[in-house]
Design a protein around this ligand. Structure first.
Ligand code: ATP
Ligand code: MG
Length: 223
């Protein structure tokens, strides 16, 4: 019964989220039809808005598809031996390349571990954490990626000094579509961490979260 209700709520929330970009695209298309032929300003503004909204909707649909595939058991893990150090180094180098607005550091806090993991999916989970760290941390500030072991369990970690979260938000952050009030002024749908959680659950791992408002957030994937 609970699962059914959750699923129904998910479909409901997803429909709501899709309604906004569709309405925006429709609105600009109407504007184009009416004035776009004569007014170059309207033309350019409409085209760029439609492009932005389409990108946003594409991202949302990809997230929804991932979760739907996961729910129906169609995503299979391809386990292989993955070095924690190599995976974090890769993520670090990509971050440095695609995000010039933050200072990235890579730190080893313990010996490397050979994980039995799906490399692509685990990397995707780490990327989701890094995307959040970058989004919720102001320009020029530091984001530290690290790996190590605690109680002889390997972990991958992302730490930022961004807006942080209240304890009440930490309790809900992995729920689908959940976004803290303070996060709503940033772009996003609230599905990133649900995807990361699905991936980490499938690896029989868990998250450890330490977050303080206005100080920062540290999220650890423990495997
Ligand atoms: P998207 O689906 O585009 O990733 P999102 O970033 O809002 O959107 P999640 O990644 O699922 O969604 O994160 C859920 C919420 O958890 C965020 O909206 C934000 O409130 C909070 N959160 C997650 N990571 C951080 C962080 N590093 N610092 C502060 N808040 C965070
Ligand atoms: Mg996110």
């Amino acid at each position: 019964h609970d699962t059914y209700n959750q699923q129904a709520r998910f479909v409901n929330d997803a429909s709501h989220e899709l309604r906004t970009p569709i309405a925006v695209i429709g609105g600009y298309a109407d504007m184009l039809a009416r004035w776009g032929k004569d007014d170059e300003k309207v033309l350019n503004e409409s085209i760029s808005a439609i492009q932005t909204e389409t990108e946003r909707m594409k991202h949302l649909v990809e997230q929804l598809l991932f979760l739907a595939r996961g729910d129906s058991g169609r995503t299979r893990l391809q386990l292989e031996s993955v070095s924690a150090a190599a995976l974090m180094k890769e993520a670090f180098e990509e971050s440095v390349m695609i995000d010039e607005k933050h200072v990235y550091r890579l730190r080893d806090e313990g010996p490397d571990t050979e994980l039995q993991a799906d490399r692509g999916l685990l990397k995707q989970a780490v990327r989701i954490l890094i995307d959040n760290a970058a989004k919720y941390t102001k320009e020029g500030d530091e984001i530290v990626l690290s790996y190590g072991q605690s109680d002889s369990r390997p972990y991958l970690q992302v730490q930022d000094c961004g807006i942080g979260m209240a304890q009440a938000d930490v309790q809900h952050m992995f729920e689908r579509f959940y976004r803290a009030d303070k996060a709503r002024s940033f772009e996003g749908t609230g599905l990133g961490l649900s995807i990361a959680k699905w991936i980490v659950d499938k690896h029989r791992g868990h998250f450890e979260v330490l977050s303080r408002q206005d100080i920062g957030t540290r999220i650890r994937i423990v495997l």
